[in-house]
Every structure is written in C-alpha cells, then in structure tokens.
Ligand binder design. Structure first.
Ligand code: FAD
Length: 312
C-alpha cells in the first residue's frame, strides 16, 4: 500500500501515523540484530518503515534484503531509499524491479551526497543529476505503481544558496511526481511549522512528515546537529550530563516526548523517527507521548498468526 494512502487511512481512523527509519547494516550480525529489532518494533504499529540506501551507493543488496524481510516476514509497509550517487539508470532499474518483486510500493527518491573523497556532487556516467530527475525517471518507467517521497530541509540543504532556491527545488520534486515529503532531522518545532507555511505558500500541498532523532548518545547527537538549530534548553540539558550515557538517553526521551506532543498539537500529519537502528528510546518516546499502548506486544504482524488464529 502506498504511504500516502496509509497516512490518510491512519488519520481517518483517528490514529497519529508514525514511522521508523533504519540504516542497512554493514555486517551479517548487524543484519540479524536489525531484523530482531524490526520484528519487535513492528508491534508498536508503525505506519511504515524506511530503509536507507548506503551512502555513496554502497550495499544495495543489504537494503533490499531488509526491505524484502520487512515486507514478507513482518508484514510491515516499507519505503526503500534510492539515490543517484554511483547509481546509473541500469542499476536503478534493477533496484526498482527487485523492490517490486518483494512487495515494496514506496521509494524515497534522493540525490545522495558526493561519493567518499569527493567534495562536490557530480552525476555518474549513465546516471541522474538531481532527486527530481529520479522522481521523473521512476514515474516514466513505473507509472503510478510506486508512492514516491522526497527529502525536505526545514533549515535548507547545505549546498543551497538560499532557502528560497531550496524551496523551489523541493517544489520541482513534488511537481515531478512525488507524493509526500520527509524532512531532515530538526529540534526546533516552531521553526518546522514556519517552514511548512513557506512550503504551502509556494504551492506544495502534499503531506510533509517531520523527521526527528531521539538523542541516544552524546557523540552521535553532536555529530548530527551540524547545521541544525538546537534550542538552548536542549543544549543546556545535554552539556552537564554529557559523560553519563544513561542520563543522556533519559533526557533524550524527555526531549522526544515534548517534540512529539508539540508536533501533534501543531497538526503534523505524521512523525518519522530516525531510530539509528536502536529501539528503546523510540519506544519510550511513543509510550510517553501516548501514541502506543504500553501493553501492546502481541505478535500481530507475524505471517503464521492468521493461520494460527483460524485454527483456534
Ligand atoms: P536534491 O533534491 O537533488 O537537492 C540537492 C541540492 O541540489 C540541493 O541543494 C538543492 O537545492 C539543489 N538542487 C536541486 N535541484 C536543482 C536544480 N535543478 N538546479 C540546481 N540546484 C538544484 N543519503 C543517502 O546516501 N542515503 C539515504 O538513504 C539517505 N536518506 C535520506 C533521507 C532523508 C529524509 C534525508 C533528508 C536525507 C537523506 N539522505 C540520504 C541524504 C541526502 O542524500 C543528501 O542530503 C543529499 O545531499 C541531497 O539529497 P536530495 O535528495 O535532497 O537532493
């Protein structure tokens, strides 16, 4: 099912849609751990899960393995990321064909960052230049089969000369055929809603899903806030406890609950959690914000569940 339809359905049924993002693991053990986590986190009831495409175009098979398992074994809707970096159109064709074959119906179409060791972006031979080109390419080759999402930047993309230019390029992606937007992570909720207003003012009408990152460790927090405005109360909360991992995680849950509630109150159409392949903080945030029932841990998504239930 397409994500846009799941979001609409969730809203009609009075649910606040939420989703999780995972990165494709680099090792066999990482793959096993991730599958276990996805299985457990599916019981929280995400509307869909995203699987990233390895930076620079690495490990496409790992992305497809996670997508395939999540769709077929855990029965959760997936959104597969696909990038232009080091991905000529014949490889894009192969990835889309394989995604379809395992039941995936959603792609997050991205340009990708420059390959490792290259400071400026350039398209590979036989490849595409911008995410908008990838959206057009998917529509040209697969019609309406895929739901397509694109990335949005509430604090503008780092390479963009201005917010205005960045917004026009975002609109180009939507006009090319994207039907929803997922944002880069942010911590300033009022700033996110101001940016949404700017999107609406230039005619972007599709759902815009805010992406937020639970603070789970001091080092990864510092690494991921480059170019991101972090409200002073969060910085003041983090700095005195930076050497206490447990306290950082507890504070991160508090921040996540507050942001989740503010996003719900402000009318967000859904919330996307950058899990960094970890489970606990995201689960505690969802529980704390009242988006999941703490007792819901039945294996409702297991493929053998329905036949088991029928036999009873
Ligand atoms: P684009 O939309 O193509 O924009 C790139 C830059 O070009 C922007 O500055 C834009 O303003 C500008 N631009 C666009 N069109 C034009 C034009 N016609 N003329 C001139 N300038 C133009 N990376 C990965 O490698 N794997 C992932 O799985 C992944 N997942 C992500 C998920 C999300 C939600 C987000 C926000 C980012 C993700 N990224 C991922 C990172 C992303 O690939 C980088 O941020 C990348 O630098 C930009 O990708 P984009 O799709 O936004 O590019």
């Amino acid at each position: 099912m397409k994500i846009i339809d799941r979001i609409k359905k969730g809203q009609e049924e009075g649910r606040m849609p939420f989703s999780f993002e995972y990165f494709s693991p680099k090792t066999a053990q990482g793959m096993v751990n991730l599958h276990d986590r996805i299985e457990r986190m599916c019981h929280l009831g995400p509307e869909f899960i995203d699987i990233t495409w390895g930076a620079g175009g690495s490990r496409p098979a790992a992305t497809l393995e996670v997508v395939s398992n999540a769709q077929k074994v855990y029965g959760v809707e997936t959104c597969m990321h696909l990038i232009c970096t080091n991905n000529p159109t014949d490889k894009i064709d192969k990835a889309l064909k394989e995604a379809r074959a395992c039941g995936n119906q959603n792609i997050l179409a991205l340009r990708g960052d420059p390959p490792h060791g290259q400071s400026e972006w350039s398209a590979c031979e036989g490849g595409l230049a911008y995410a908008a080109d990838l959206v057009r390419y998917i529509r040209k080759t697969h019609g309406d089969y895929f739901g397509i999402g694109v990335a949005g930047y509430p604090e503008k993309h780092a390479e963009s000369p201005s917010m205005e230019a960045d917004l026009l390029h975002l609109k180009e992606k939507v006009d090319a055929g994207a039907d929803f937007i997922v944002t880069q992570l942010f911590f300033d909720v009022p700033m996110f809603f101001e940016w949404v207003k700017k999107c609406r003012a230039i005619g972007i009408t599709c759902p815009i899903i805010p992406g937020i990152m639970p603070i789970q460790a001091y080092a990864s927090f510092k690494k991921n806030i480059v170019g991101v405005h972090v409200p002073q109360w969060i910085l003041d909360g983090v700095e005195p406890i930076k050497n206490d991992d447990q306290a950082i995680r507890a504070f991160g849950v508090e921040v996540g609950i507050k942001m989740t509630r503010e996003l719900i109150d402000g009318g967000a159409c859904g919330i996307h959690y950058y899990t960094f392949n970890l489970e606990r903080s995201t689960r505690l945030i969802l529980e704390g914000a009242g988006l999941v029932n703490k007792t819901v841990y039945i294996k409702k998504n297991m493929p053998w569940r329905s036949s088991f239930d029928e036999k009873r």
